[in-house]
Design a protein around this ligand. Sequence first.
Ligand code: NAG
Ligand code: NAG
Ligand code: NAG
Ligand code: NAG
Ligand code: NAG
Length: 441
Amino acid sequence: MPSKIFGVNLGSWLVLESWMLPQGWLDMGGESCDVCSECIATEWAFGKAKGQAAQNAAFQAHWNSWFSQTDVNTLKSLGINTVRIPLGFWLVEQLVDRRTEFYPEGGLVALIRGVNQLREAGIVVILDHHALPGVQDANQMFTGNCTSEPQFYTEANYLRALTWAGVMTTISHLHPAFSSVFAIEAVNEPIMDAAQTPNYGTYQENFVTVMRGTELALGINVPGLPNPPPPSRNATQSIINISNLNNARFNADVRTALRNAAQIIQEIATNPSTSFDLTKSARGQSLLISNFMDVNWQNDNPPNPANAALGPQGYDNHLYYVFGGVADPNPDAYMTSICNLNRVQADAALGNSPLWFGEWGLPTQFDATDAFLQGWADAQKLAYSKGAGWIFWNFKVEQSTLAGNLSREWSYIEGVNLGYLTKDPSKVFNASVCDPFITSD
Ligand SMILES: *[C@@H]1O[C@H](CO)[C@@H](O)[C@H](O)[C@H]1NC(C)=O
Ligand SMILES: *[C@@H]1O[C@H](CO)[C@@H](O)[C@H](O)[C@H]1NC(C)=O
Ligand SMILES: *[C@@H]1O[C@H](CO)[C@@H](O)[C@H](O)[C@H]1NC(C)=O
Ligand SMILES: *[C@@H]1O[C@H](CO)[C@@H](O)[C@H](O)[C@H]1NC(C)=O
Ligand SMILES: *[C@@H]1O[C@H](CO)[C@@H](O)[C@H](O)[C@H]1NC(C)=O
């Protein structure tokens, strides 16, 4: 992990959100509508309408064009040191129920290509489980399927997400392209109301245990667990063996997830397009960082994710003013709010440290001037850098007639071009930008 994260999200790459590429989505064969469940606005609706083969072809083309070596070079030249990659559960194809879940195939091959290019550029990676089995949020394109009835918070879907964690942890350690991965995020933006997310706290604990159990099986020391088993030439069997570990954290869901993951890993590692060497161990590698949305994300009797930690853990906060509820919709109120933000300190007091701001952007609820956007960018970067750093949403969005001004406030690369964001991400234009707004208390 960099000493300070200066990052961007690779949004709309492997989880496509059609609002970010309105013309490109129509060109692929998608549709646009006000209520996103009522037309072909998501990956799920696209696959349902077009069938698997057509969906695979359209998304393959999208993955190749939306994020390419040119983008890696641009991000490198702008000093970006970290990317967060939103991923769907369907990336692990064995987890998909094709009778009701219509998602493209082939995403893992694209991810391998991308993380390898990032590795060569020296940019490190957070794998972000962004779109969960069963859907974790109502009517959001970022879940892959717009539905009013999220079904993630059930034992069966938690189990699929835990299996995903075991698979991605193994690949991160054993596939050479993934050596730039330093963290895996459990769930992007779960429902905030804990009353609607039964057993989510247990899920968080299990997620960490699956990661650590996998790492132990691969030969890495985990504080709080017994020593790793002797080196083996079969990672799959090692994981199966570890699933039987006698330890209070290894409950039935953890054991099942580890065994299911072992089976899938065997298939992925022996598939020529995704292959890696299961006879190697990960001895000598560092533990990955387990990553959760921070404690204040769940606002109703929260299960503190710090309680789930076993080994290194990081926390993610997303702050968007444009959706309301943060500050009054005017420039002074925005600046007063951001310049007095105390989230880093408040989270640290509850054990949620290091904290990074894994999503933010420049959009506002009012017409912002160029001068305002420059100060607004500076002020946000200064606030978020009091923690572990920041990850802008998004690295880019479409630039087209249909997209209008979308890129002005949502695209990092365009924000630099327009002079809102500094060319060196560790700098700001004006370090005193907050001075007039800091209140005495
Ligand atoms: C996907 O969303 C549709 C509504 O758009 C809903 O009927 C369906 O149950 C959802 N399916 C899954 C698997 O999430
Ligand atoms: C490794 O173990 C798994 C699970 O027992 C087994 O299916 C696989 O064939 C083994 N691989 C080798 C190369 O022996
Ligand atoms: C798994 O456990 C069995 C029984 O303890 C042991 O004989 C075998 O060597 C272990 N395999 C691996 C790959 O760790
Ligand atoms: C785009 O932004 C510019 C600068 O604020 C503004 O003048 C223009 O009206 C905007 N265009 C649209 C289509 O919103
Ligand atoms: C930086 O911002 C402060 C506060 O708004 C302002 O007083 C100062 O003039 C700005 N400095 C520059 C170089 O623009």
